[in-house]
Design a protein around this ligand. Structure first.
Ligand SMILES: Cc1ncc(COP(=O)(O)O)c(C=O)c1O
Length: 375
C-alpha cells in the first residue's frame, strides 16, 4: 500500500531567492521611492538581460501576454497568422486582441511543436506571420520554419514563454526568428513574480515597443500612438534580477529530477516520454510531460490525473483542451484535422517538477503511477 503525500505536491512551486537578498533590494527601492516607470532597478535588470542575451534589442513588460500583444501590434501584423492549438490560451488571445485570425495547424508527435509541413500548406495571400510556440521549452523546428518564412516573406515569431535559458548550438533560442517572447510568470522556471520579455532582430522596434507599453508617450506633451500600460515595475525587476543568479542551478536540479522520472517511468508500458533532444540543444527542463495511452497503461489520462489527486499529487493537463476547442474560438474555422494535436491533448499530463522536489518524492510519485498501472 502506498501512502498519499501528507502535503499537496503541486505541478510547480516557485523558487524564491533568499529573503535577505530581496529585502536588501527593497530597501534600495524604499530609499529611492521610485516604484515604476523605467526606474533604476528596471534599468539595471535590462542591462543584465542585454548581457545575458548578448543584444540590445530587448524590452521588458509586466507580463508575457501583453508583451506578445504589443509585439504583434508593433510589427503591424494583420490578416491571418499560422499558429498551434497546443498552447496556453494567451498565445491565441494575443492574435485576437490584434484582430488577427488564427489559423491552427497540427504539431509534431515527438516534441509537440508546430509541424512545418502543415504550416506551408496553410499559407494564403492573407498570411502575415507564423506564431510558433517552443512548448515545454522544446525548440521548434527552427530551420524548417525559417526557410518557410523566408520563402513566403512572412514574419516568424516565437512564443518562447517556456524557453528561458534554452540554447541551440552556442546561441540563445531568442536569436532565432524575428522575435521571441519570454514569460516571467511565477509558475515559470525563471520568474520576476509576473513579467514578460521581447527579444527581437530589428533594432527600430525597441522605440515602438517602449511607446506602446507606456501609453504611447514620447514626452510630457506628445502621445505618438495609442499605447497601453504594460510596464514592468521595480519589485518585478528586482525579483528578475536576483533570480538570474540562480538560473543555472535551477536548470541543473530540474535536469536531475527529469533523469529520475525518466529512469522510473521509461520502462512503464503505456507511458510515452519525449525522446531525448538533439545534443546541440541545451534544454531548461521546464516541464515534465508524459503521454498516457489508455489501452496499454490500463487507465485513461483523466483517470490517472484524478487518481493522482487522491494521493495528493496535483499534475496538470497542459495543454487540454486545445485552444481551438474553447468556446471563444469555436467559431474560427479549422481545416487541418489536427490529428496529432488532438491525440496528444487527450493523453498529455505534466508531472510535478520544481527545485526543491526531493528525489524521494519523485520516486514516490513514480511508485504511485506504477501502482495505479498494475491495479
Ligand atoms: C505558452 C504561453 N504563452 C503565453 C503565456 C502568457 O504569459 P504570462 O502569464 O506571462 O502573461 C504563457 C503562460 O503563462 C504560456 O504558457
Amino acid at each position: 500500500m502506498i501512502r498519499a503525500f501528507e502535503k499537496p505536491i503541486y505541478v510547480t512551486k516557485p523558487f524564491l531567492p533568499p529573503l535577505e537578498e530581496f529585502c536588501q533590494g527593497l530597501s534600495e527601492i524604499w530609499e529611492s521611492r521610485w516604484l515604476t516607470n523605467n526606474g533604476p532597478v528596471l534599468k539595471r535588470f535590462t542591462r543584465e538581460l542585454c548581457h545575458f542575451f548578448d543584444t540590445e534589442n530587448l524590452c521588458l513588460f509586466n507580463n508575457g501576454t501583453l508583451a506578445l500583444q504589443i509585439a504583434l501590434q508593433g510589427m503591424r501584423l494583420s490578416g491571418e497568422v499560422i499558429t498551434t492549438p497546443f498552447t496556453f490560451v494567451a498565445t491565441t488571445h494575443a492574435l485576437y486582441w490584434n484582430q488577427i485570425r488564427p489559423v491552427f495547424v497540427d504539431i509534431t508527435p515527438d516534441c509537440y511543436t508546430l509541424d512545418p509541413d502543415k504550416v506551408e500548406a496553410a499559407i494564403t495571400p492573407w498570411t502575415s506571420a507564423i506564431l510558433a510556440v517552443h512548448v515545454y521549452g522544446h525548440p521548434c523546428n527552427l530551420k524548417a520554419l525559417a526557410d518557410i518564412a523566408a520563402r513566403h516573406h512572412l514574419k516568424l515569431i516565437y512564443d518562447a514563454a517556456h524557453a528561458f535559458g534554452v540554447k541551440v548550438g552556442d546561441k540563445s533560442i531568442a536569436h532565432y526568428g524575428d522575435l521571441s517572447m519570454f514569460s516571467f510568470h511565477a509558475t515559470k522556471l525563471y520568474h520576476s513574480l509576473e513579467g514578460g520579455l521581447l527579444v527581437f532582430d530589428e533594432a527600430a522596434l525597441k522605440g515602438v515597443f517602449d511607446f506602446l507599453k507606456n501609453f504611447g508617450f514620447k514626452n510630457e506633451l506628445e502621445v505618438v500612438m495609442p499605447g497601453t500600460n504594460a510596464k514592468m515595475n521595480e519589485m518585478q525587476s528586482l525579483m528578475g534580477s536576483l533570480m538570474l543568479k540562480y538560473l543555472e542551478r535551477l536548470i541543473r536540479r530540474r535536469a536531475a529530477i527529469t533523469a529520475l522520472y525518466r529512469q522510473f517511468l521509461g520502462q512503464l508500458s503505456g507511458i510515452r516520454l519525449v525522446p531525448p533532444l538533439p545534443s546541440d540543444i541545451k534544454y531548461n527542463y521546464a516541464y515534465m510531460p508524459i503521454e498516457v495511452s489508455e489501452q496499454e497503461f490500463g487507465m485513461s489520462r483523466d483517470s490517472l490525473y484524478e487518481q493522482l489527486k487522491e494521493y495528493n499529487v496535483h499534475a496538470r493537463r497542459y495543454f487540454y483542451p486545445l485552444v481551438c476547442d474553447y468556446a471563444c474560438y469555436r467559431n474560427v474555422s479549422v481545416t487541418d484535422p489536427l490529428t496529432v494535436a488532438r491525440r496528444v491533448a487527450d493523453r498529455i499530463l505534466t508531472l510535478p517538477i520544481y527545485e526543491d522536489l526531493q528525489d524521494s518524492e519523485v520516486e514516490r510519485i513514480c511508485e504511485i503511477v506504477a501502482h495505479l498501472h498494475r491495479n
